[in-house]
Ligand binder design. Structure first.
Ligand code: MN
Length: 273
């Protein structure tokens, strides 16, 4: 009897393992970058990247936490698993990365994060892994591609037309909204079929000189670049606004995440099988 039970238990275990393996193999793994503070918070079960995580998970992706605190071996292992890279919002990019000296209105920078994200971007570009870059992500992607940034829009960007890209109240940044003009030759247009859209805005830096192999896909009336895409076959999309926040009230913003996860799925099918 005991032997029989052991055999049954063994068979059940084998069945469970066999059913898990294909499920894992089917996962579309999207790496999301976590900085030092976000990694520490996650250890306490507080996910400061929850809106990005939800946007990926609700659209068919599985999140892999790419932490700036990971050692080289862990980073290499995780990069070997991802099918897409999401570079999210955050601190200012060190102007030294684009050959500029710090302006007095430059805010918090995180050089370790700059270095880490450069490594991730380099890997994903070498391997044609789909990239979705949001806010700071969109800016560092541009810098990685050889472009530059305005360190502070109100001080450094001159325009006859006034567009507010961030509201500051009592030292706190607050989100605001503005229109964008979308070019027809873009993923944003393909997804939304709109030449003009209203988007949120929470940034004081912006792209100055676009990097190589990038095209501008959206801008505001004051000429600030709000969308970029790669000119090649690889899925490389950058947006200055925050679709991960907008999708909560406007489900149409799931389309961008869905398109990204679908591309990751295609990449996986092509590259990993
Ligand atoms: Mn803006």
């Amino acid at each position: 009897m005991k032997k029989q039970r052991r055999i049954i238990a063994g068979l059940i275990l084998l069945f469970v393992i066999l059913s898990i393996i294909p499920a894992c193999a089917k996962d579309i793994n999207i790496g999301i970058v976590y900085d030092k503070r976000q990694t520490k918070a996650l250890e306490e079960n507080v996910d400061l990247r929850l809106k990005y995580r939800n946007a990926i998970e609700k659209n068919g992706g599985k999140v892999i936490v790419l932490s700036v605190l990971d050692d080289n071996k862990t980073t290499a292992e995780k990069l070997g698993k991802i099918d897409g890279l999401l570079v999210p919002g955050g601190a200012d990019v060190d102007p030294g990365r684009y050959g500029d000296s710090p302006h007095q209105h430059l805010e918090e920078v995180d050089m370790a994060l700059d270095k880490y994200e450069f490594e991730l971007l380099g890997y994903c570009i070498r391997h044609s892994i789909p990239i979705l870059a949001i806010c700071r992500g969109h800016q560092i992607l541009n810098v990685f591609m050889g472009g530059s940034l305005y360190q502070d829009i109100p001080i450094q960007h001159k325009s006859d037309k006034k567009v507010t890209h961030r509201i500051r109240k009592k030292g706190e940044s607050q989100i605001c909204f503005h229109g964008i003009v979308v070019s027809e030759d873009s993923l944003l247009y393909k997804l939304h079929k709109k030449k003009q859209m209203n988007v949120n805005s929470l940034h004081h830096q912006a792209i100055k000189k676009p990097g190589k192999d990038l095209k501008i896909t959206a801008h505001t009336d004051d000429g600030i670049i709000e969308g970029i895409e790669g000119t090649g076959d690889q899925f490389i999309v950058g947006v200055q606004f925050h679709p991960e926040k907008m999708r909560i009230k406007k489900p149409e913003w799931n389309k961008l995440f869905k398109a990204f996860v679908d591309e990751a799925k295609k990449w996986k099918k092509k590259e990993r099988q």
